[in-house]
Write a protein that binds this ligand. Sequence first.
Ligand SMILES: C[S@@+](CC[C@H](N)C(=O)[O-])C[C@H]1O[C@@H](n2cnc3c(N)ncnc32)[C@H](O)[C@@H]1O
Length: 471
Amino acid sequence: MPELIWDGKGVEQPVPVRALDFDAALSCGDGDNLIVRGDNLAAMTSLLRFYRGRVKCIYIDPPYNTGAAFEHYNDNFEHDLWLSMMSQRLKLMKQLLSDDGSIWISIDDDEAHYLKVICDEIFGRNNFVGNAVWHKKGTRSNDARWFSDNHDFILVYALDKERFHMNLLPRTEGSLKNYSNPDNDPRGVWQSLPLQAKSGSASTANFVHVFSNGVKWSPPPGRFPAFSHESLDALERDNRIWFGKKGTNVPRYKKFLSDVKDGFVPTTLWFRDEVGDNQEAKREVKALGLVFDTPKPERLIERVLTLATNAGDLVMDCFLGSGTTAAVAHKLNRRYIGVEIGEHATTHVVPRLRQVVGTHGGGFKFCRLGEEIFDAAGNFNHALTFETLAQFIWFGLTGQVLVDENEFPMLGICDGAAVYLLDDLLTRETFAKLPTYNGRKIVYAAACRLSDRFLRDNEIEFRHVPNDLRT
Ligand SMILES: C[S@@+](CC[C@H](N)C(=O)[O-])C[C@H]1O[C@@H](n2cnc3c(N)ncnc32)[C@H](O)[C@@H]1O
């Protein structure tokens, strides 16, 4: 397969594994939706410990590399660096996707075609689902030197196209207006369609069908019968032939709404009147009292999530910006993880999501990337506090931040097992002091001085710190 080569390709910076520090003051309500402030490379490395293969849809809107310096982030990378930055991150995203998951990437002409090639390499050309063209701007930039740039792309890949199912778009009111039920058919509303087709066989040139009421029907000149005599008889027996209210019209057949797909296959053209444009997006953040240079409109993200996910599915956006994906996911009842490196994680995302929680309930947890558990070379940090280590272990087991420290050294119950972290060795004495639990117990400690027999009899599974913390 042809390959794109650039300076620095394949030279990937090793990433330390970090804890996530829970910030109660910036979190809101109940629920395990997660907002992480920090570099998505490090954040995804930590998230992988639990979320590998669990994310149904990743939407990202990375810096397009347009050369601009936006107020909140830099969009001017060297071309090679941009490709390296994206490629290393896309590989992590791939590991986070579920077998039936998909990734949707907003991009424009500056990098779109290079991105397509690196995505082909990472996700496989056969998993390319499509490339939607989004009409991002309704006005012409007459000061543009060549073209007025009015569209972006959304590049879509599945982890495995054979297992990826894309939803239909809901029918609009306009598309339903042709359906009615003038004969009160118990099967519901229907529309009448002609019995002829544009193409067919020459052998049907003199086709005449006689219905049981004596009405004779032939296709108009140049057209062909859409049904055989047998099929027309069957349709008539099933009360699917319509001769008009007075019974005198040219016969047509009844197509019931319940027999057609209950939605639309999306086209690759996404018009601004259907999914919003850049102006709409700016108005949306402004209405929240925020200013952000490059937000996406909520209707655009709503379309992505409608096609790619169902209620309860997990969505991730690791270039979160002003928080649009998280806000829309919340409103649509999806679970979500958002990662943003900039200060606007606190100044924009948090207030935006607080408003959403205020109306829709639920909540989110806010974390920062914390101390290194293992440095980039894989060395364990022996200076970690008990709390940081506890947080790291609990997140790796459950994908949730630890908010209740009341029972320490018991961290909580995970899959029916009590989980403990000792800052001492595991011995009969230290075990005897643990909060009791009737059932399986997982104990993390630096060493174990208990016999296999004692471990078995007491349903204890010992896990070594730090060896068993490596993935
Ligand atoms: C185009 S904006 C996303 C806008 C977003 N779709 C919205 O609707 O507001 C790109 C975002 O990616 C963030 N970003 C850039 N590099 C990042 C990184 N390495 N880790 C996390 N976020 C990053 C930038 O700070 C910026 O907020």
